[in-house]
Design a binder for this molecule. Structure first.
Ligand code: FAD
Length: 417
């Protein structure tokens, strides 16, 4: 069995490591450069970290990531709605990791090269089409100059080629561009004094106007961290065409994020100064796509953002790609027929991820902030008077259950997630 993987993002690289671990040969085809670590911070929840730990990556991740201890949701005006422990502090067997997305990709890429060899990731090769028959699948490539660069033959083609997936477009030609919800995101990271113990995450405000803060690495001194921030703001209408194509490294015009920072208040940190001190600010339109009726078409399937791009609520996009890789590996391992394996993978993962995509459209777990702000736009004295504990738990536990987060809990974990 030889698997061709399109895309050396988080999804494609974890798939390569998982397949290699199961004794399945694979090649990774990447249109861009294999090197380079674009992006800012992301969070990996314990169910995703469990998979990476199983691949022997936890020590390397620990060298660069922060083990997040708690997450607080705040009203935009500063009051705390709820604060909950995360990762090991919440009784999971594995930590929650806040990490620079590019450094995470670097850890994965080095592991792929160490284990699969120098030639495993073929950079500068864009897949532009494929043909399949009973004997296999053939991927057509072009080089950086868009000149034909030959074909590659495999038994299975896994398209982990992101939200603008070429393979998805071939399989579903009428689908059109990603769907924008009107929210623009500005993100950056810079050295900053640690706050709340240096391992805490804060999300202040709901879908229409949100500030997220969390450290993603050590700073130059024991009292500083590499602090990640994101400001999200409704600037367009749900369903409008996205203002710009989503890209992991698109720089934002200076000053735009700063002018929006004033809307928020988070006790204990001068986030406007943090934004002002950040040298490189990236911008992203908040995009997803409707869930598909199918991913697996004969010997070809979709994985990660190519299959289920979702709004970044609840820290789940990359995590779900990591779970896809595990499911794909075990289905390929347990079926002799690759077509049957891909259908079993689709049955396992498509309904589960479609549920997460749709939940994220209503804020995912952060929907509790939206609800509190809707009921108490000017703030509150006691959160329980606005949203009681049962209502709050129903949203948070329902989301955790749907995303597979609870399956990573340790046997001795307390009841509440
Ligand atoms: C602002 C923001 C914050 C996020 N925060 C989190 C978070 O906290 N936690 C979390 O789990 N997730 C988060 N996510 C989601 C997460 O980043 C994505 O789900 C994840 O990176 C998707 O990985 P992927 O490998 O599927 O796709 P990508 O990372 O997009 O990788 C696709 C790769 O395929 C290559 N490619 C594309 N087309 C071709 C082609 N035709 N031929 C060859 N190569 C090709 C691309 O160059 C790229 O390298 C966030 C997303 C955003 C936008």
């Amino acid at each position: 069995m030889r698997v061709l993987i399109i895309g050396a993002g988080i999804g494609g690289l974890v798939t390569a490591l998982r397949l290699h671990r199961l004794g399945i040969d694979c090649d990774v085809l990447e249109q861009g450069s294999a090197a380079g670590e674009p992006g800012v911070g992301i969070n990996l929840l314990p169910h995703a970290v469990a998979e990476l730990a199983d691949l022997g990556l936890l020590d390397a991740l620990d060298e660069t990531a922060v083990r997040t201890t708690d997450l607080a949701y705040h009203h935009r005006l500063g009051q705390e709605i709820v604060r909950r422990p995360c990762g090991i502090d919440a009784g999971f067997a594995h930590p929650q990791l806040s990490i620079h997305r590019g450094r995470l990709r670097g850890v994965l890429l080095r592991a792929v090269i160490d284990r699969l060899g120098d030639g495993a990731v073929r950079a500068g090769n864009r897949v532009v089409g494929f043909e399949q028959d009973e004997g296999g699948v053939r991927a057509r490539l072009v080089d950086r100059a868009d000149e034909p660069a030959g074909e590659l033959l495999g038994d299975v083609l896994v398209a982990a080629d992101g939200i603008h997936s070429t393979v998805r477009e071939i399989l579903f030609p009428g689908e059109g561009p990603p769907r924008w919800n009107g929210v623009q995101m500005w993100r950056g990271a810079t050295e900053w004094p640690a706050f709340r113990g240096g391992r805490s995450m804060v999300i202040a405000g709901g879908t229409a106007a949100k500030l997220a803060l969390y450290p993603i690495g050590r700073g130059a001194t024991p009292d500083t961290v590499l602090m990640n921030w994101a400001i999200c703001l409704l600037t367009g209408r749900d369903g409008d065409p996205p203002p710009r194509r989503q890209d992991w490294s698109r720089p934002a015009a200076p000053g735009v994020a700063l002018q929006h920072a004033e809307r928020f208040h988070v006790p204990g940190i001068d986030h406007a100064a943090l934004v002002a001190a950040t040298e490189e600010i990236l911008e992203f339109p908040m995009c997803d796509r409707d869930p598909l009726p199918s991913w697996s078409h004969g010997r070809v399937t979709l994985l990660g953002d190519a299959a289920h791009p979702m709004y970044p609520m609840g820290s789940n996009g990359a995590g779900q790609a990591i779970l896809d890789a595990a499911a794909l590996g075990s289905q390929l391992r347990s079926h002799d027929d690759p077509v049957a394996a891909l259908l079993a993978y689709q049955d396992e993962r498509l309904p589960a991820t479609a549920d997460v995509v749709l939940r994220n459209r209503t804020g995912g777990p952060e929907g509790v902030i939206d609800e509190v702000e809707r009921r108490a736009p000017e703030g509150f004295d006691r959160r329980q008077d606005v949203l009681d504990d049962d209502e709050l738990d129903a949203v948070l536990s329902g989301y955790a259950q749907a995303t597979g987060a609870l399956r990573a809990r340790a046997d001795n974990a307390p009841d509440a997630p």
